[in-house]
Ligand binder design. Structure first.
Ligand code: NAI
Length: 329
């Protein structure tokens, strides 16, 4: 029998965790033939609730679930991890300033970065879902000098999937007809969903849509503000869709993107498309066997240019703020 792949998940007793763990355990991440060991990290007061979730995992009798470990020490939980899904983060509470939020999350992601550096397996791949995801990934990466920088990523796949759903609706097609959509920049309200290179059933999406007003006043703000709209409607933030996107992102990273298509993934910038080197920014990427590559040579029109630059500027500001806090080198 094959050795189980060790998948660490942080914030495992949270909302996203409650959707994510069952899908990983049932084979949605690694496939139906790969046994998985879940290694679940929580803060001490949430361990009891996590024990309840583990009881439910037991009760599913998933054939692919080999083992579950839980704990509150990242050094133990990340030991031997092949994949780490960093979902747990400190949410913004009333009256909390942006600086406080960055500092609270900084403490979490410096510690987790160091623990990954010291204990994870050599083939570790890290996906950061917890917000502010891009900057949390930057902090973790900066505190894990022995792990190659390209092993750290942040989630913009939910934004990508949201954009696909909106574009399918507008064009009266199915998401299966859509290709080459891109989310650029930060997982925040400055993110830029770009349809200028996208295809609808093989035709250029911007031309098929042919509606600049919809693009500017409907599509882009709808995708950017979808998270807030879900909170408004559901009374809680998106969780099942965030879990699904975390699986999509990590699965496609490990197992490869589809031929003739690309994905949106926030990865360390090499300066492509004018995004300052070193920022963790969303790009169009192609993946294969656990590696990614930024799609090169796309022509960027003026409309897109301004939006890509604005989101990159926000990421640079966040980087400067955490640098000033001493959270990154
Ligand atoms: P939640 O509050 O239900 O769960 C978060 C869990 O993380 C809690 O159980 C908490 O105890 C745990 N946690 C906090 N600090 C921790 C630490 N140091 N180590 C381990 N666990 C820790 O939140 P939910 O809804 O599950 O969301 C998790 C994160 O994902 C949030 O930051 C949220 O903003 C973010 N998110 C990101 C999305 C994206 O597209 N990138 C989409 C939706 C949510």
């Amino acid at each position: 029998s094959t050795t189980p792949v060790k998948v660490a998940v942080t914030g495992a007793a949270g909302q996203i965790g409650y959707s994510l763990l069952f899908r990983i355990a049932s084979g949605a991440l690694l496939g139906p033939d790969t046994p998985v060991e879940l290694r679940l990290l929580e803060i001490t007061p949430a361990l009891k609730a996590l024990e309840g979730v583990v009881m439910e995992l037991d009760d599913c009798a998933f054939p692919t679930l080999a083992k579950v470990e839980i704990g509150d020490d990242p050094n133990t939980i990340f030991d031997g991890a092949n994949v780490a899904l960093l979902v747990g983060a400190r949410p913004r509470t009333k009256g909390m300033e942006r600086g406080d939020l960055l500092e609270a999350n900084g403490a979490i992601f410096t510690g987790q970065g160091k623990a990954l550096n010291d204990h994870a397996a050599d083939d570790i791949r890290v996906t950061v879902t917890g917000n502010p995801a891009n900057t949390n990934a930057l902090i973790a990466k900066s505190n894990a000098p022995d792990i190659p920088a390209e092993r750290f990523s942040a989630l913009t796949r939910l934004d990508h999937n949201r954009a696909l759903a909106q574009l399918a609706k507008k064009t009266g097609t199915s998401v299966n007809d859509l290709k080459k959509l891109t989310i650029w920049g930060n997982h925040s309200a400055t993110q830029y969903p770009d349809i200028f290179h996208a295809e609808v059933a093989g035709k250029n999406a911007a031309e098929v849509v042919n509606d600049q007003t919809w693009l500017e006043n409907d599509f882009i703000p709808t995708v950017q503000k979808r998270g807030a709209a879900i909170i408004e409607a559901r009374g809680a933030s998106s969780a099942a869709s965030a879990a699904a996107a975390t699986i999509d992102h990590t699965r496609d990273w490990l197992r490869g993107s589809a031929d003739g298509d690309w994905l949106s993934m926030a990865v360390v910038s090499d300066g492509s498309y004018g995004v300052p080197e070193g920022l963790i920014s969303s790009f169009p990427v192609i993946t294969k066997d656990g590696n990614w590559e930024i799609v090169q040579g796309l022509e960027i029109n003026d409309f897109s240019r301004g939006r890509i630059d604005a989101s990159a500027a926000e990421l640079a500001e966040e980087r400067d703020a955490v640098q000033q806090l001493g959270l990154i080198g």
